[in-house]
Design a protein around this ligand. Structure first.
Ligand code: SF4
Length: 156
């Protein structure tokens, strides 16, 4: 039995990004994992009720998520994160592959809340909740680490 992996929907080339840009993560293993039916995809922001396209949003120092026009969308971000966690529990997921720097999915970096394109160390809302629950999160920047880990843990 293979481990299932939670994955950001935008990595699969789906139109879920805030600006409607399609940026798939291309890797032969992703194609294989899709064929093996081991990818469980979610866009926490869309699942939380936000539209495509939507205003850019960034995490503030108080952990609230505010859009560039000042709208508080923390509730939608938190709802999407809870849905991601529910999926992980339903599928016994221990690993997630998430888009770096997103206010939901960022695993080690997020934008600093000033909308000036500056990144700081930190995790997006979903990434943080999954990490707190013991799920190991990876991004496109350390995808190789996930591959190595799965090589060691895959149960046939
Ligand atoms: Fe991709 Fe995550 Fe942003 Fe959705 S919330 S578009 S899955 S990075």
């Amino acid at each position: 039995m293979f481990d299932k992996i939670l994955i950001s929907r935008c990595f699969l080339g789906e139109n879920v990004r805030y600006n409607s840009e399609i940026i798939p993560l291309k890797h032969e293993l992703l194609t294989l994992w899709q064929r093996q039916d081991r990818l469980i995809a979610i866009c926490p922001e869309v699942s939380g009720g936000l539209s495509v396209p939507r205003e850019p949003a960034e995490q503030q120092l108080n952990n609230k998520i505010i859009t560039i026009s000042g709208r508080d969308v923390s509730a939608q971000f938190n709802l999407g994160a809870k849905q991601a966690l529910t999926l992980c529990r339903q599928h016994n997921i221990r690993f997630a592959l998430l888009k770096e720097s997103s206010p939901s999915c960022g695993t080690t970096l997020i934008y600093d809340g000033s909308f000036s394109n500056k990144k700081i160390l930190g995790q997006g809302v979903t990434s943080r909740i999954l990490t707190q629950e013991g799920i190991k999160v990876f991004s496109e920047n350390n995808f190789e680490k996930l591959i190595n880990l799965l090589d060691k843990t895959d149960r046939y």
